[in-house]
Design a protein around this ligand. Structure first.
Ligand SMILES: C[C@H](O)CC(=O)SCCNC(=O)CCNC(=O)[C@H](O)C(C)(C)COP(=O)(O)OP(=O)(O)OC[C@H]1O[C@@H](n2cnc3c(N)ncnc32)[C@H](O)[C@@H]1OP(=O)(O)O
Ligand SMILES: NC(=O)c1ccc[n+]([C@@H]2O[C@H](COP(=O)([O-])OP(=O)(O)OC[C@H]3O[C@@H](n4cnc5c(N)ncnc54)[C@H](O)[C@@H]3O)[C@@H](O)[C@H]2O)c1
Length: 272
């Protein structure tokens, strides 16, 4: 959002977490410069528009829009939205990047459910072309329009969908990933070969296991558990996923998931 010109307040729980965020932004800017999508000056301008905060109240006291992206946990999201409602000006729109939780339930923690809306980005957000906008039961047309305009200014296409479990995209990707994990558990093929088959045979940019590691296995597990509750057994969470998360192997962000990122990986380069 800083690249197309917005002033951004980035808030996280600690300096360390904040620095991790800034490091991610640097990596992304470097890729855009290398690909000649941005000049050094554009990148410097974007950087200068981002200010870091570790106190939510200070971060949001004079903003016009909040985009929340804390971990996928309803209690945490509700607590944050309760605070956002108290700390922001009454006209501010409060968006959530939830992958699958009920936007309506998150909105119920505020006194302004009309101004609460889903703004679902995709990983990696600077590159992926879609923002899925989720209309909660009370979300106003005005809130939807603001998110459309902001997304378009960030170069994204949008779709507006109803607030059902998993919306369109998480529901579809969960079904695909869960089925591939069951194929792995049945011993039909190795993770490497399933990824290769889906990449080359079905022309997906990433196989299901490298994508799960990329998204984060904890996020995948939270999302899948919600799907089981809403849609029943057809989304049964595979043991493999649950065990990896129990072991703290969350994918790329923890260094290990379906694959080991602490070593050179020869088997699963994303391409070829
Ligand atoms: C769970 C949630 O709720 C929802 C989700 O997020 S579900 C997951 C959705 N995401 C996906 O499905 C991603 C699938 N994977 C892909 O589309 C591709 O593998 C990928 C875009 C990540 C990488 O693309 P790939 O062609 O394999 O690699 P690469 O050549 O390195 O990257 C392609 C371009 O993106 C750029 N890029 C990749 N990651 C980037 C990043 N983090 N920041 C900036 N630019 C990036 C590269 O610089 C490159 O740019 P160029 O074509 O102009 O040179
Ligand atoms: N990972 C993905 O590919 C992806 C894609 C689209 C949407 N999402 C959604 O985005 C959200 C975040 O997911 P993630 O995978 O980035 O999780 P993550 O655990 O990788 O990152 C969450 C961030 O929130 C911070 N945080 C935790 N508590 C906080 C608080 N009280 N105040 C401020 N910051 C806090 C953490 O320090 C961390 O930096 C979830 O709702 C997820 O479903 C994730």
């Amino acid at each position: 959002l800083a690249t197309p010109g917005y002033q951004v307040h980035l808030c996280d729980v600690s300096e360390e977490a904040l620095n991790k965020g800034f490091a991610g932004i640097e990596k992304s800017l470097a890729r855009f410069i290398k690909a000649k999508h941005l000049s050094e000056q554009d990148a410097e301008d974007a950087r200068s528009r981002i200010t870091g905060f570790t106190e939510l109240e200070k971060a949001v006291s004079d903003v016009d829009l909040v985009v929340e992206a804390v971990p996928e946990n309803m209690e945490l999201k509700k607590r944050i939205f309760y605070d956002l409602d108290r700390f922001t000006k009454p006209e501010v729109i409060l968006a959530t990047n939830t992958s699958e939780l009920s936007v309506t339930a998150i909105a119920s923690a505020t006194k302004r459910p009309r101004s609460v809306v889903g703004m679902h980005w995709f990983n990696p957000p600077p590159v992926m072309r879609l923002v899925e906008i989720v209309r909660g039961v009370d979300t106003s047309e005005e809130a939807i329009e603001v998110i459309k305009k902001v997304s378009e200014r960030a170069g994204k296409e949008t779709v507006v969908v109803k607030d059902v479990q998993g919306f369109v995209t998480s529901r579809a990707i969960s079904a695909h990933m869960m089925e591939c994990m069951k194929i792995l558990e049945e011993g039909v093929a190795s993770a490497e070969d399933i990824d290769k088959a889906i990449r080359l045979g079905l022309n997906y940019p990433m196989g299901p296991f490298e994508l799960a590691d990329y998204v984060g296995l904890d996020t995948m597990l939270f999302a899948s558990e919600g799907m089981v509750e809403a849609y029943g057994d057809r989304f049964r969470v595979p043991q493999t996923l649950r065990k990896l998360v129990e072991a703290g192997h969350l994918g790329r962000k923890s260094g290990k998931g379906f694959y080991d990122y602490t070593k050179e990986r020869e088997t699963v380069s994303v391409k070829k």
